[in-house]
Design a binder for this molecule. Structure first.
Ligand code: NDP
Length: 341
């Protein structure tokens, strides 16, 4: 059995951040939330720099009273600690070209996702610290839970300990952003990346496929578009089920359903043979995620994601997915309900 350690406020000493200049690269979902939490935890505003291009994110940071630097090289030179909070696909280009050549030899680099570290897409000096502080929450919740005095789940790890003090810095930063209040979980870039990409490339694609096929089977059996859309997701019942699962337990939440439903779900799931699915999942985990195959493919199309229309591969995937019976039916239902939803 693998037990992960959890770190609490008492395990972290904010004093290790004293006199450190802390740079946030990016002021988006995570950047805005984490920078505000850190400042509210007592890190002086004059020691925090938001590095961002001159646009609405920069304006937002200025309006919240932060010092904003548009020159990434200049901000990097100042940094004792730098949070990389720009989108993952942007990080290698931006970090390797504009940040890394200007960073101090003993700087701490903080990532909120393991992806670029695990796949070795960022170039660090051996003398630098590299830590992961990865909230399992969207940025707005990272901020709102902090302001309510509550914690949020977060993964913490040391990926490179150049100074010998990387863990204490990682824990102090976790505490400053509010992540040790409810216990930050000791993890690793490998674990975070494996779970994240597995969910994205194995679990959720199967769920999308199951919904798509279930929709077509029930439609063929005479069910209407409206009834199906509401029955399957628009009523928000699946969202409630997952909320109950988080509160009461993945299986125990079933007790909120009718007896017919409980019997059908439990006996149905036990009767399904998961052997082929397990093999399919293992194949994706080992031969697509962990061996870097997906990462290599994604790196090739990364620049195309900023293009318009069919030149952007993500747009093409949306078009194909929306062309399914489920996608088309939902479009019709939403058009009929326009203004009512
Ligand atoms: P966002 O998409 O919100 O990042 C937006 C920020 O990145 C803005 O400041 C934006 O400024 C800047 N940015 C975008 N493109 C560029 C570019 N080409 N050059 C320079 N700056 C750029 O990112 P998130 O907060 O969602 O993600 C940041 C990190 O946090 C990622 O590693 C992600 O995996 C992780 N994470 C995200 C979570 C989430 O809920 N979103 C949850 C947990 C972790 P501008 O456009 O002005 O340049």
């Amino acid at each position: 059995m693998i037990w992960a350690a959890s770190y609490y406020d008492a395990d972290a000493n904010l004093d290790v951040l004293k006199d450190k200049t802390i740079v946030f690269l990016g002021f988006g979902n995570q950047g805005a939330a984490q920078a505000q939490n850190l400042r509210d935890s007592g890190i002086p505003n004059e020691k925090i720099i938001i590095a961002n291009r001159q646009d609405h994110y920069a304006e937002d940071a200025k309006s919240k009273g932060f010092n904003v630097e548009h020159d990434f090289a200049k901000a990097s030179k100042e940094a004792d600690i730098i949070f990389l909070l720009v989108p993952d696909q942007v990080q290698p280009r931006l970090f390797n070209n504009e940040v890394a050549p200007n960073l101090k030899d003993n700087a701490t680099i903080v990532v909120a996702s393991g992806y670029n570290v695990f796949f070795k897409l960022l170039q660090f000096k051996p003398s630098q610290d590299v830590v992961m502080v990865a909230p399992r929450m969207i940025g707005s919740s990272v901020r709102s839970l902090y302001t309510k005095g509550k914690g949020f789940p977060c993964f913490v790890s040391v990926e490179q300990d150049g100074t010998g003090k990387a863990l204490e810095t990682a824990l102090a930063l976790s505490r400053a952003i509010g992540a040790t209040k409810a216990g930050a979980i000791a993890s690793s870039a490998r674990e975070e990346t494996a779970m994240d990409l597995f969910a994205e490339q194995a679990l959720w694609p199967n769920i999308i496929m199951l919904f798509r096929e279930a929709f077509s089977v029930l439609k063929e059996a005479g069910c209407s578009d409206e009834a199906l859309c509401y029955e399957m997701w628009m009523s928000k019942e699946p969202a409630e089920i997952f909320e109950r699962a988080a509160e009461d337990g993945f299986i125990q939440q079933l007790k909120h359903h009718s007896t017919v439903s409980q019997y059908g779900q439990l006996s149905g799931a036990l009767a399904l043979d998961g052997t082929a699915t397990r093999e399919h999942f293992k194949n994706i985990l080992y031969n697509q995620v962990l061996n870097g195959k997906f990462c290599q493919e994604f790196s090739k199309i990364e620049e195309d994601l900023e293009k318009e229309g069919d030149a952007n591969p993500l747009n093409v995937l949306y078009q194909k997915s929306e062309a399914s019976e489920l996608g088309q039916a939902e479009k019709r239902v939403r058009a009929r309900l326009a203004g009512l939803l």
